[in-house]
Design a protein around this ligand. Structure first.
Ligand code: SF4
Length: 279
């Protein structure tokens, strides 16, 4: 069941508040801002989130798989974008107020426990100025990851839903989903086509017809999730954001397999040895 309340604010009010927050964000110190990507990592390891937050990513310190993901992401954005460089945040809100629009990486902001949450979902579709569909897209390094939606990914997806809910939109028709594709079989044309088809369709029952024989691309998996208000997840989100406000000692991953492939392993004093679990 989706959120039960209609807009708690008018779209004009939401727009004004969002633009004010974005303006303040430009003047804010990064220490007061929590990005949604950080929350996802924090879900299984605060220590790793702390390391990632402190790091200024460069081509030298990013692992190859993350550089590849970034490169693929850039190609998808380029192939999917149907707007020119002049399309700014005012245009985004003009289109939302006008009614029906599909947006690529629209910036969304929300204040919580004295911090600013910042998010840019891959696709966001509005119908009659209501958000109806939010899609996140991810390339994965192993085939086995295609069919799984991990707890941190579920949490992140829910966070996007609650963000739209909390900033005042009517989320009663909102559907949220992940699309996953294998990085090794990356094909920019096929993926951007599938993404755009998903972005213009409504509802969860979407069929991606790429050719006569297949209604869904064999290399792309959809993971729809129902958004509903969840006090436990809401508390979890507040606690996560409070961590960045208050500081304190981060907790580490709970299972040794998460440490096994962690790039911060050599410098981490919470690293788990093979077979270890943290309770
Ligand atoms: S080595 Fe383990 S505990 Fe340390 S940052 Fe990486 S995942 Fe977290």
């Amino acid at each position: 069941m989706a959120g039960e309340q209609a807009h708690t604010k008018s779209v004009g009010e939401i727009r004004r508040h969002q633009l004010d927050l974005l303006k303040a964000l430009g003047e804010d110190t990064p220490d007061n801002v929590v990005s949604f990507d950080t929350l996802e990592t924090q879900h299984y390891c605060e220590q790793k989130a702390v390391f990632e937050r402190a790091e200024r990513p460069t081509e030298e310190n990013r692992p190859e798989r993350l550089l590849r993901a970034q490169e693929q992401h850039n190609q998808l954005v380029e192939a999917s974008a149907n707007t020119d460089e002049e399309y700014d945040v005012d245009d985004v809100w003009d289109d939302i107020e006008a009614g029906d629009v599909s947006l690529l990486y629209p910036p969304l902001v929300h204040e919580m426990v004295g911090m600013t949450l910042y998010a840019r979902p891959t696709y966001l579709r509005f119908v009659d100025s209501h958000p109806t569909q939010l899609t996140l897209v991810r390339g994965v390094t192993k085939e086995g990851y295609l069919d799984q939606l991990f707890p941190n990914e579920r949490f992140l997806l829910w966070c996007y839903g609650t963000l739209l809910d909390r900033i005042g939109f009517d989320v009663s028709d909102l559907s949220i989903r992940y699309l996953k594709y294998p990085q090794a079989k990356f094909d920019v044309v096929e993926l951007s086509r599938a993404q755009m088809l998903v972005a213009v369709e409504d509802g969860d029952d979407i069929s991606i017809q790429l050719d006569e024989n297949a209604t869904i691309h064999p290399n792309i998996r959809r993971h729809p999730l129902e958004y509903e208000r969840d006090p436990d997840r809401g508390k979890q989100l507040r606690d996560y954001v409070s961590f960045w406000r208050d500081g304190g000692d981060p907790t580490g991953a709970s299972h040794w397999k998460q440490c096994a492939s962690c790039r911060f392993r050599p410098e981490c004093d919470l690293v788990l040895a093979e077979g270890e679990q943290r309770r």
